[in-house]
Design a protein around this ligand. Structure first.
Ligand code: CO
Length: 216
């Protein structure tokens, strides 16, 4: 057993003790139900732990993470999380949170092959293609990387807004707002990218992505 492995088992015991010291019923209250107000879609990166950076407690955040916080509308994992959180848990907020210095985004901007992950990074390359002219007009390399990280997050918020699940929730009048955030690894701070959508009106009627639903 490594030191790290034993340490995390000990950490768990200490964490339980610290919670029980404040509230002896802490775990009893969490046992039977959950009603988190937030679905978090973030990057798998170990440096961006969802609950910790927003000071959220157990029971407050439903979480989906993948490489580069992608919203791929045919990803059954993402769709299952989205369905359960929107239709059963009735979350009121969804935040897509990316981060500067994202390795997945960086890989997508270059040509190296990394094996099977190339097929996931391909989704990020598709996002790059939308913005190729804008991105490549930025001369400074760090600036170019930072802007594409932000653009990719915005693209994923747009992808989320046109999923059938989100459109259906909005069309029946469910309260649900979706947001894009970027996290700074070197500051710990998040920035709201001001791409917030909260109703079906956000999708233009002329858009081919807009869905009409039969009366429910
Ligand atoms: Co990342």
């Amino acid at each position: 057993m490594t030191d790290f492995y034993n340490k995390i088992l000990d950490n768990n015991k200490q964490w339980v003790a610290s919670k029980l010291a404040i509230d002896p019923d802490f775990f009893k209250k969490l046992k039977d139900t959950q009603s988190p107000p937030l679905l978090w879609i973030g990057c798998s990166d170990s440096r961006v732990p969802a609950n910790e950076i927003i000071g959220a407690q157990p029971g407050e955040v439903f979480v989906h993470r993948n490489i580069a916080n992608m919203v791929i509308h045919s990803d059954m994992n993402l769709l299952s999380v989205l369905d359960y959180s929107v239709n059963i848990l009735k979350v009121k907020y969804i935040i897509v949170c990316g981060h500067y210095g994202c390795g997945g985004v960086k890989a997508a901007m270059a040509k190296s092959s990394y094996g099977i992950i190339d097929n996931w990074i391909r989704h990020i390359k598709d996002s790059y293609k939308f913005r190729k002219t804008d991105i490549e007009s930025i001369e400074n390399e760090k600036e170019r990387f930072d802007r594409f990280v932000e653009w990719n997050i915005k693209q994923q918020v747009l992808n989320l807004s046109v999923t059938s699940l989100v459109q259906q929730a909005w069309s029946r009048g469910q309260e649900l707002s979706i947001h894009g955030w970027v996290y700074g690894l070197d500051t710990g701070l998040v920035k709201d990218l001001d791409v917030t959508f909260s109703s079906h009106d956000a999708i233009r009627d002329s858009s081919v992505y807009k869905l009409e639903f039969a009366e429910q």
